[in-house]
Design a protein around this ligand. Sequence first.
Ligand code: ZN
Length: 336
Amino acid sequence: MPFCGGDKLLAAYRLAQRDGYAFMANNVAESNVFLGLIAAYSDARSDLLVQISPGAAKFAGGGDKRTGLRVLSMMIQEIANASPVCVFINLDHFTVDERDLIDEAIEGRLVSSIMIDASKDPFEDNVRICREVADCAAGSGILIEAELGKIKGVEDEISSDEALYTDPEEAVEFVRRTHADLLAISAGTQHGVSKGRTLDLRVDLAGRIRDRLSANGLQTPLVLHGSSGLLPEQVHEMIGNGICKLNKDTQYQYVYGRAACEFYRDHADAILPPEDIEDDILNLFAESDWSPDKSQFDPRVVGRSIQSRIADIAAELIQQAGSGKKTLYLEKESES
Ligand SMILES: [Zn+2]
C-alpha cells in the first residue's frame, strides 16, 4: 500500500477509537530509522505513522527546510509503495514560522496531516492561527492537529519551562473554532527524556476532555506528545481515555545512539589503528602493515544494526499501542 492521505488516516483513527487502540507517531530525520520502522510495522501488519519536525527537515535538507521536507516525504513515499501497510506522514510542531512550508505541503500533498503548534500563544491567537491553517487545508484531505495547553520540556525546536494542563471546556471551544481534526492535549507528559513513574500524569483529564468533546458532538482523536518515557500501563490507561496518537521521538533517538555506540565499541579494533601505528586517515594507512576492516567501517554495516534495533523496539511499541494486525490495507484485502 502506498503512502496514504488524510482521508485514510481519519478512517484509521476512527477504527482505533472504536476498537480501543492507538498509533505511535514516530519521528524520522533520515533513512535508517524509517527503514527499521517500516520493517517492524510491515511484519506486525500495523499502519505506520511517521512524523517530520521542522528540525528534521532542516537536517535532511542540509540546512534548508523546504528541501529536507521534500527529500523526507519522497523517500518515505517511495519506500512505502512496496509495503503491505498504509504509511502516513504528519508534520510535527510546525509553527507560523514555517507557514510557507505548510502551504507547500498542502498544495503538493506531501503529507497526510499537519500539526500547527501555536500553543505558546494566548488562546485567541492560538485559535486564529490554527483556524487559518485548517481553512487552508480544507478540501485537501489533509488533517490538522492543533494543541491546547503547554507540554513541559525540550523537543526539536520547541521548549517550555512549565506544564499547563488542558482545560476540558476550553478544549470544546478550541476544536469548534479552529476546525482542528486532532487535538494535542497537555496531561502531564514531558518532551525529551522523562521518567514515567515521576510524571504527574493526569489520565482522568484525558478522559474528561474526550467526554466533554463527545457530549458536544465532537469525536476528535486526542494526541499525547512527550510519550517516550511512559510505562506500558500508563500508555494503556491513556489509550483507554481517548488518546489515539502517542508521539515518540526521543525513544528512537536513544535507540539509534545506543545501537551505534555499541556497534562501534564492539568493532573499535577493526576501525581504529593500534597505538603503535601512525594515524593516516588521508591515505587510508597505505604505508602501514595495518589496515582498517571495510567489512566493519562501511556505514551500511552500522546502518543495518541500527535498523534492526529500531525494528525490535518498534515491535514492542506496536504491542503497547495495540495497532498490530489492524491495517486498513488488510481490511481492504478481506473485503475484496
Ligand atoms: Zn511534541
